[in-house]
Design a protein around this ligand. Structure first.
Ligand SMILES: Cc1cc2nc3c(=O)[nH]c(=O)nc-3n(C[C@H](O)[C@H](O)[C@H](O)COP(=O)(O)OP(=O)(O)OC[C@H]3O[C@@H](n4cnc5c(N)ncnc54)[C@H](O)[C@@H]3O)c2cc1C
Length: 823
């Protein structure tokens, strides 16, 4: 095809490794009528200067999946497209300085094994066998990934470009996109060479994604939550010992990462390449005095090796050979950071027909997987693997520039940090405070952020700063463990016991609250969910499948009438759930978000009725799942919904945020004990209540997830996934959701721990924790269907240790007949 393309199905803006991979995958999926526009030469952004390291390792299941896919693809790419590349599969060593790090390694080895990877744990002596220049006297051990290595990023990009072109996709170089507009339901991408009309546009503009993202503001978009950091590595001159070793062995040294010291070191030709992630890191282009240039193609920041001094010294002690060589070349380049350091891959929040793939800190290793995932989003509307970890909708309005900067600096400086389950990171906090915030703090609340909302995780005893004699140790250091026990444990136990024996109160701020209004609102929702719509005056749990019958989301539904429905979802799901509705709402229906207009207090436990009776004029005799809109608690207007995620008698009080303190004060004065999110998590596990994006995800169908009773195929309206679910029911599900009681050691099973039967992998956990009412370690998980039978004995691999786990009957562990809830 000649001439500038005037139309295309998809226009990809940005010709870095990620944009090109997307084009390649679109073309492979048969979408060859696609155009990539690059303002300079391919790779001109971050790609050309990347070190090209390609690990499988990730603590995130989804990201590991992506990286694993990339590496498998890269190993055959040169042959697939006939484009030779420098790709050294050297293997890598990750050093562990202590017990907690070694546990992290054990966990990742386990996840990797499940994904078909053969990572291994090595002793210090074995580390030295693989890397003879390494000092290991103070090292606990390490992780070996035989498939890690380094690839030439420019060659990788060109290889995929060749593959894409060969299939018919177009690449327009030196063709800057300058804006977008909408015409007749299509996008028009304006470029320096002319306009291109298209159905779908993709922002893959690397560190320019913020600029490109701003073009979508008039179409419902948001400011891209990203910060540009500077990342440096330097190359040494040739080191004769390395040259000699390499010649003798016929291969390069394995890539080395000292993750506790925060640097990587690998062989580059016959020298070394050292790249630290320094605590004293630097963001660029964040102040008016340091504006982002219009064009930074193939440019670098000035060297700033002083910043790396400590890291260079540390690396020299670890590999003394490093100190023998002079510095050859330094690369200091822009690297984009999302607030959590993971990329943004998926639908562009708020905008129809637009997607994004940007903010990659490890874009070379992730490009292959990112291309696959985004091509699936675009061509099929869903992805093979659940990709919430990288979904752009995970950051909502609180992710403004200050938040992004604070988080980027924190994340970059802790790039290799362990993410312990009880550790809350300090940057970017206090974005959304409930009216109860001061009261929670005064009660000892140890806060955690969820979609920006500050919620109490647990309540510490007063005098909480060590070394105060009676106070709990709430220091950051005390939180850095994978173990169940810690300063929080006795408090969480007491909170659970209060809920079990008496009454607890918890503020669950930030529940997503959506309202659908207009003619046929009820029918509209009914046509999206597989579940029954509750009758007026009641609340019902509704599951929303995709066309494959997999779980997209779960929301509680309250029908106000034929023309108005209220929906309540997880706090994290705010933009995700809203989009599910507004993208499909027919003309005349409005979807509004009033998350910030309502506070939720859950009052629950056997004494809940007694406590509320003295404070409320609602009818407390109405049964489970009833909703009362009118009434007062403590003299203020509020709604009462008879549900309890804790699995005890209880009511959610829905009130105006400003009225919450009066209710809190009255209910606690009447004897309700504050409890936090850790206790709530424990309590819900005992009931087998699923959590969104752990137990409930697009990795599983509704049937696999054990949600049969929420599927109503006989209702008069059709719903997504109905045919798939009926077909699955007919042939029998291949996996089943189970509750397991685990003979755990000092750690409970984290998400995605492998389930074994003998030497066979038979499933995975989707969440786990201690149940204080049942006094056991619990795991929820997914197993081969024939094993989802009560009494089946399996093993769950927890940080490398296989622990006996027994499948429980298909009913809650606590109060199996729901007598307490219905009391
Ligand atoms: C020093 C350093 C070392 C690194 N080492 C590694 C590593 O070892 N392993 C790893 O995985 N990652 C590494 N990275 C990260 C990696 O470089 C990036 O994650 C990756 O290159 C991102 O690719 P991309 O395609 O998203 O963005 P980019 O490569 O920045 O591509 C975006 C493209 O969009 C183009 N563009 C922008 N605006 C427009 C417009 N308006 N119109 C048309 N085109 C436009 C740009 O010119 C650019 O070519 C490193 C980064 C740095 C800085």
């Amino acid at each position: 095809m000649t001439g500038f393309p005037k139309t295309a199905r998809v226009v990809v803006i940005g010709g870095g490794v990620v944009g090109v991979s997307l084009l390649y995958h679109l073309a492979k999926a048969g979408w060859t009528d696609c155009v990539l526009v690059e303002k300079n030469e391919l790779t001109a952004g971050s790609t050309w200067h990347a070190a090209g390291n390609c690990p499988n390792f990730s603590a995130s299941w989804a990201v590991m999946n992506m990286q694993r896919y990339s590496l498998a693809m890269y190993r055959t790419l040169a042959d697939d497209v006939d484009y030779p590349m420098n790709y050294h599969v050297t293997g890598s060593l990750r050093l562990g300085h202590g017990k907690e790090r070694m546990r992290e390694f054990e966990r990742v080895v386990g996840m990797g094994r499940y994904q078909g990877l053969e990572m291994d744990i090595l002793s210090p002596a074995e580390l030295r066998e693989r890397h003879p220049f390494l000092e290991t006297h103070d090292i606990a051990g390490g992780l070996w990934d035989p498939l890690d290595g380094d690839i030439d990023p420019a060659q990788l990009t060109q290889a995929m470009a060749k593959g894409a072109r060969r299939l018919g996709a177009r690449i327009e170089r030196f063709c800057p996109a300058t804006g977008v507009s909408r015409e007749g339901g299509e996008w028009v991408v304006h470029t320096g060479k002319g306009d291109i009309r298209c159905e779908v546009v993709v922002n893959a503009a690397g560190y320019y994604a913020g600029r490109v993202g701003d073009w979508f503001l008039p179409f419902g978009g948001r400011r891209v939550p990203m910060t540009v950091m500077s990342h440096q590595y330097f190359l040494t001159e040739e080191i004769p010992e390395i040259a000699a070793w390499s010649t003798e062995m016929g291969r390069n040294l394995p890539l080395l990462r000292d993750v506790d010291s925060s640097w990587y070191l690998r062989q580059e030709k016959n020298g070394l390449n050292l790249g630290p992630y320094e605590r004293n890191c630097k963001a660029h282009w964040v102040t008016p005095g340091d504006p982002m240039p219009d064009d930074f193609s193939f440019q670098l920041y000035p060297d700033d090796l002083d910043r790396l001094e400590w890291y260079i010294g540390d690396a020299m002690e670890r590999v003394p050979l490093l100190g023998t060589a002079g510095v050859g070349r330094t690369i200091n380049g822009p690297i984009p950071y999302a607030p959590d350091g993971l990329p943004m891959i998926g639908p562009m929040p708020g905008v129809r027909g637009a997607y994004e793939a940007h903010s990659f800190t490890f874009g070379i290793v992730q490009a292959g997987g990112a291309g696959k995932v985004l091509a699936e989003w675009i061509t099929q509307g869903h992805t093979e693997w659940d990709m919430w970890a990288v979904d752009p909708r995970r950051f909502t309005a609180h992710a403004d520039a200050d938040f992004c900067l604070a988080k980027a600096v924190e994340t970059y400086g802790h790039e290799y940090a362990m993410h312990f389950p009880h550790r809350e990171w300090p940057a970017g906090r206090d974005r959304k405070l409930s009216a109860l915030h001061d009261r929670l703090l005064a009660a000892g609340g140890q806060m955690g952020a969820n979609n920006g909302w500050e919620r109490a995780n647990w309540f510490a005893a007063p005098g909480d700063v060590p070394p105060a004699a009676q106070g709990d140790d709430t220091s950051d250091a005390a939180m850095q463990t994978w173990a169940r026990s810690g300063p929080w444990e006795s408090r969480v136990r007491a909170e659970c016991e209060a809920v079990r024996d008496s009454c607890g109160i918890i503020a669950i701020s930030g529940f997503t609250r959506l309202n659908v209004k207009g003619t046929g609102a009820r029918e509209f929702i009914n046509g999206l969910t597989a579940s029954a719509m509750p009758k007026p005056g009641r609340i019902g749990l509704a599951y929303f499948p995709d066309s494959r019958g997999r779980v997209v989301t779960e929301m509680s539904v309250i029908v106000h009438g034929e023309d108005e429905v209220g929906l309540i979802g997880a706090a994290m799901a705010q933009w995700h759930d809203a989009e599910l509705l507004w993208k499909q709402a027919p003309e005349g229906l409005t979807v509004t978000d009033h998350t910030e207009a309502v506070e939720c207090l859950l009052v629950t436990g056997p004494r809940a009725r007694d406590i509320l009776a003295g404070l409320s004029d609602h009818d407390l005799s109405l049964p489970w799942l009833t909703v009362q809109h009118a009434g007062q608690v403590a003299g203020v207007d509020c709604g009462l919904v008879r549900v309890s995620f804790a699995g005890e008698l209880g009511w959610e009080i829905h009130c105006a945020p400003g009225d919450a303190p009066a209710i809190w004060d009255a209910v606690t004065a009447a004897g309700a004990v504050p409890f936090g999110m850790y206790a709530l998590n424990s309590l819900r596990l005992e009931k087998g209540y699923r959590a969104w994006k752990g137990d409930l995800s697009t990795d599983y169908t509704l049937l696999e997830s054990g949600l049969e009773r929420f599927i109503k195929p006989d209702k008069p309206v059709d719903f997504p996934g109905k045919a798939a679910l009926l077909a699955e029911r007919k042939r029998g599900r291949s996996r089943g959701f189970v509750t397991l009681l685990v003979d755990a050691g000092d750690c409970d099973a984290p998400y995605m721990s492998t389930l074994w039967q003998g030497d066979t992998v038979v499933g995975e956990t989707t969440s786990g924790g201690w149940g204080y009412r049942v006094g056991r370690s619990i795991a929820l998980g997914m197993v081969r269907a024939d094993l989802a039978v009560a009494g089946t004995v399996l093993e769950v691999e927890i940080f490398g240790e296989k622990c006996r786990a027994v499948v429980q009957p298909d009913c809650p562990l606590w109060d199996p007949d729901n007598v307490r809830i219905r009391a």
